[in-house]
Design a protein around this ligand. Sequence first.
Ligand SMILES: Cc1cc2ncn([C@H]3O[C@H](COP(=O)(O)O)[C@@H](O)[C@H]3O)c2cc1C
Ligand SMILES: O=C(O)c1cccnc1
Length: 349
Amino acid sequence: MQEKEKLKEWTEGIPSVDAGAERKARAHMDQLTKPRGALGELETIWIRLAGITGQTQPQIGNKRVAVFCGDHGVTAEGVSAYPAEVTGLMMENFSRGKAAVHVLARRFGARVTVVDVGSRLENVPDGVMDRKVRRGTANMAQGPAMSREEALESIRIGMETAERLKKEGVQLAATGEMGIGNTTPAAAVAGILTGKSVERMTGRGTGLDDAGLKRKREVIRASLEVNRPDPTDPLDVLAKVGGLEMGAMAGFVLGAARHRLPVVLDGVISTVAALVAVRIAPQSQPYLFASHLSVEPAHGVLLEELDLQPLITAGMRLGEGSGAVLAFPLFDAAETAAREMATFSELGR
Ligand SMILES: Cc1cc2ncn([C@H]3O[C@H](COP(=O)(O)O)[C@@H](O)[C@H]3O)c2cc1C
Ligand SMILES: O=C(O)c1cccnc1
């Protein structure tokens, strides 16, 4: 299938949210024994879940984080505080269920699915799905990170993952990632898609010092200069200065929206991927929830661009989907309130 047809098919399959179900959920919230609106974002969560699922009593018991892994050629420029090998080591850690995202997911009753879309590992550890498009991107400071075809393929794998999770009965999904160096493409894509400066969008990632941050900004400027991505063409931006796990998370959003599966975003990489998805298909925006506000400076700008409110500010800058998992208990709180609280009409009976 040609690229244009593919994108058209992916975009057109996304239903609009159910305004009737939203109205009923809102009316129910207003009847509960509390001042109107007093449960704040919990009320918004419940009402939005109703619209997304088309059910006035949405189910969210089956929660899953999809973690996509990829490596980055741009790490050759010294843009991360950690060596590129850590991506593979962390995938080993995922396999053992000992990474932050796993321990938090266990704590909050969620499961983790790990998909390798582009790590450098030849053999992936047990339990990690090998869907590699290529072994790491090329160095974007010297040319495009990947081809358009590869970018499209990463999106397709993300969509397929969302579809699979939906079939497995997942009711609330989150996106996370692992890829040393990926806050560099994240800042580049975020800057291009929002029109903000490299200065504004670039942060310290895993913990660069001042000299490292200066270098990272120079590398991003050089990458934009060399590649000249077209801000009106999200696929061009993704291919030239993005990453494979970013493409897969964008595809995951498109696939989830198509199947009425709500998606909780994590930090800056997960959120920039969602912006790529929304630029491809604006109809996917209503299926998104923000979780926390990352320390990375681009994150707040991206959330604003997506018109999303972060639920938590915890000073986190980890990734993996860890911040998204942290928001799951707030979804449970919304569900419990909606299902178990008395209504005013029940009082005094
Ligand atoms: C041990 C370790 C575990 C991680 N888990 C997520 N990240 C996070 O840090 C990386 C991005 O930051 P930068 O662009 O500065 O490399 C990504 O892999 C992201 O998921 C980690 C980073 C490290 C070192
Ligand atoms: O915002 C994030 O998710 C993030 C920040 C720094 C490093 N890795 C991820």
